[in-house]
Every structure is written in C-alpha cells, then in structure tokens.
Design a protein around this ligand. Structure first.
Ligand code: FES
Length: 170
C-alpha cells in the first residue's frame, strides 16, 4: 500500500474514543448474558448499577449489540424507576408520597427537602451530592412519613429533622 492510500478503517475504529469505551463496556455485559434478548432488563440493570445512569449512547449500543429495537430498549429504560437517563447524585433521596405517609405530612417533608437542597423532584443538585425522587410506598407505612437515603430508611420524619438527616450524607 502506497503512503497516499488510505488505510481501511472499521466502523468501530471510526467511533470517538468515548463511544468505543461505552461499546466495550456494553459488550462485556451483553456477552456475559450470551446476547440473549430475554435478558435485556438484566443487562440494563447491570449497566445502571455500574454507571449510575444510562446515557443515550449506551442505549444505542445495547440495541445494536443485542439486536433489539431502540424503541424497546428506551421503553424499558423509561418505564422502570430503577433506571435513570440522567446522571444521579452520590446520594439518592426518596420521599414516600403514598397515602399513609401523605396523611402524616409527607408533602411538608418533600417541600422542606426541596427547599433545603434547592432542587425539585427528579432533579440532581449541581454539586452532584443529591438526587431527589418520590415513591408510592416504601413498604413500612406505620413509620410514616418515610424517606430513604441510599436505601437507608428514616421513619417518623419531622420537618425540623430533615437537615440533620441530610447532613449525614456528604
Ligand atoms: S405509604 Fe409511605 S411507606 Fe407506605
């Protein structure tokens, strides 16, 4: 090949380095599940756990490598609360807004948390410390109002306790 001839490059080589990284990570997990389409949710759960969120390029890779339509991957990624399409903070705060918690003041607790960390539900603080979400029942209604932080339960929460609880999570 003369020096002026262009070397043939594969589609993979043409990808930006960042995307090559995503492709390799997705490939490692998809391979572990034997490219089995019925394992789509498990593959997404593994990626969510490893990364903390599912960037769009990752969903595209999953779709390509598992040969599942992107619309199906996207539908699953947006349906389940376990998945996030935006980066999550270091600590995930969930406020239970189920009936039992609501009648015990969950709305005031949510309001106090929002004012304390200055974000709305489904947002992440600019410093990446907290992501705030709501859930419909934490499964311990007698302890309401309930919030969880990184899966840790805080029951009988009062508005004046909110700052103290959040301070534990740096
Ligand atoms: S409604 Fe809040 S724990 Fe059940």
């Amino acid at each position: 090949m003369s020096s002026l001839q262009l070397k043939r490059v594969t589609a993979h080589e043409r990808m930006p380095v960042r995307l090559q990284g995503v492709a390799a990570i997705v490939n490692r997990i998809v391979e572990e599940y034997g490219y089995d389409k019925s394992m789509l949710i498990q593959v997404l759960l593994r990626l969510q756990k490893s990364f903390g969120w599912l960037p769009m390029e990752m969903l595209l890779e999953v779709s390509k490598q598992m040969e599942v339509p992107l619309s199906q991957v996207y539908q699953i990624a947006t349906f389940y609360k376990a998945f996030s399409l935006t980066p999550r903070g270091r600590h995930l705060v969930r406020v239970c807004m189920g009936t039992a918690c609501k009648v015990r003041g969950a709305t005031n607790i949510l309001d106090k948390i929002q004012r304390t960390i200055k974000i709305e539900r489904d947002q992440t603080t600019p410093d990446g410390r907290f992501t705030l979400e709501t859930i419909n029942c934490a499964g311990c209604c007698a302890l309401g109002p309930v919030i969880t932080v990184d899966g840790e339960y805080h029951g009988n929460v009062k508005t004046h306790n909110v700052e103290k609880i959040l301070e534990q999570y740096r």
